[in-house]
Design a protein around this ligand. Structure first.
Ligand SMILES: *Cc1c(COP(=O)(O)O)cnc(C)c1O
Length: 369
């Protein structure tokens, strides 16, 4: 072939920079010849407690049926979500992780000649999903590391069909107040879909949770996304969902792969939703761990961005270098330069008390090296 087959892809696809995930434990173990059990990974905001007992039992129970295709409608999970949140099953879209759901939004509502608005320091999937559809991304400078909603409203132009907002935001952990967020919804033209990505919702104390699900009735252009990857501990199984107006959900379901959520994930998520005690314990452990990491960072004379998630971005200076030094000590954290535009920060997932301790010791040693 005289032409590079890559050139056959539309230019907006070719210009996509690949998403950089947190480094897997197995990869670092291979590279450094370390034992996997001696490596601490605090790079992808997973739940250090694993999964709850009901969830484990449900996965085991579902193993016998894995030769069959999953329920493409996710009936049981939708019923469980519908009861929990008081929304019709027709208003729910299930995804292979909430990442999949975000892709479905882009698929259904974006394309060449259209645009999406997002904030500086936002979750990297928003610009990626936007660009992959040939749509134009409009990045709005952050204010105090968080979303500047006034500037985002002003950035909406005639071609804008989607606004992406993570609340709390990853990687900054910043939280928009409910009244500010609802004020934004009232100002946005009806044509514009507003995605409020609440991947870390379960880590918020009740008084900080916005009643986004109730807002759906007043705002048919609102899409709320949640996931089982974080507080529920199911990152490896991939399951998340969107709550939206029935006609928004309908159009998203049309571009969905028929069996996008696997049967183990469906069974696990349905059970996990009832593991309230596990989520409550994870919430409490996260608060404690957050304090531990903040105190450790303070003792090292470091600043951080106060976070409402299960992670925290700490300013360490030459973050890529510190990241590499920490890898050699068997601790994986996440540098947030590149698309995240925080070249002096490292994002650390709150781990168990012992993992946080390992992290702080490795950080102290890496700063001195
Ligand atoms: C982790 C995360 C998600 C969830 O991803 P899944 O695909 O559900 O695992 C979504 N949004 C943000 C902002 C996240 O940090």
């Amino acid at each position: 072939m005289v032409i590079d087959p890559c050139e056959l892809s539309p230019s907006y696809v070719r210009s996509i920079a690949p998403y950089q995930p947190g480094k897997p434990i197995s990869e670092l173990a291979r590279e450094l010849g370390l034992k996997e059990q001696n490596i601490v990974k605090l790079a992808s905001n997973e739940n250090p407690a694993g999964i709850g007992p009901r969830t484990r039992a449900a996965i085991e129970g579902a193993l016998g049926e894995i030769a069959r295709y999953p329920d493409g409608n996710g009936h049981d999970l939708k019923i469980a979500l519908s009861r929990r949140y008081g929304v019709e099953p027709a208003c729910i879209v299930l995804g292979n992780g909430s990442n999949d759901v975000l892709e479905l939004v882009a698929h259904a509502f974006l394309g060449p000649g259209r645009a999406a608005v997002y904030a500086q320091h936002c979750f990297a999937v928003y610009p990626l999903a936007t660009q992959a559809r040939g749509a134009r991304g409009i990045a709005v400078p952050a204010k105090d590391y968080g979303h500047d909603l006034d500037a985002m409203a002003a950035a909406i132009d005639d071609e804008t069909y989607v606004v992406w907002i993570a609340n709390p935001n990853n990687p900054t952990g910043t939280l928009l107040r409910a009244d500010a967020l609802e004020g934004f919804l009232r100002r946005v033209p009806e044509r514009v879909l507003v995605v409020i990505d609440e991947a870390y919702n379960e880590y918020l104390p009740p008084e900080l949770k916005a009643e986004t699900v109730k807002w759906l009735r007043r705002h048919p252009n609102l899409i709320v996304t949640r996931t089982f990857s974080k507080a529920y501990g199911l990152a490896g199984l991939r399951v998340g969902y969107a709550l939206a107006h029935a006609s928004v959900a309908d159009i998203m379901n049309r571009v969905r792969q028929p069996f996008n959520v696997n049967s183990l994930a469906l069974a696990a998520a349905t059970a996990a939703l009832d593991d309230m005690e596990f989520v409550a314990r994870s919430f409490a452990a996260n608060l404690q761990g957050m304090r531990q990491v903040e105190e450790g960072a303070r003792a090292l004379g470091l600043d951080w961005i106060p976070s409402c998630g299960n992670f925290i971005s700490v300013r360490v200076g030459k973050a890529n270098e510190i990241f590499r030094r920490m890898l050699r000590r068997g601790v994986i954290v996440r540098p947030v330069g590149g698309p995240y535009q925080l070249p002096e920060h490292l994002r650390i997932t709150i781990g168990t008390a012992a993992e946080n301790e390992r992290f702080l010791a490795a950080l102290a040693a890496s700063l001195k090296e």
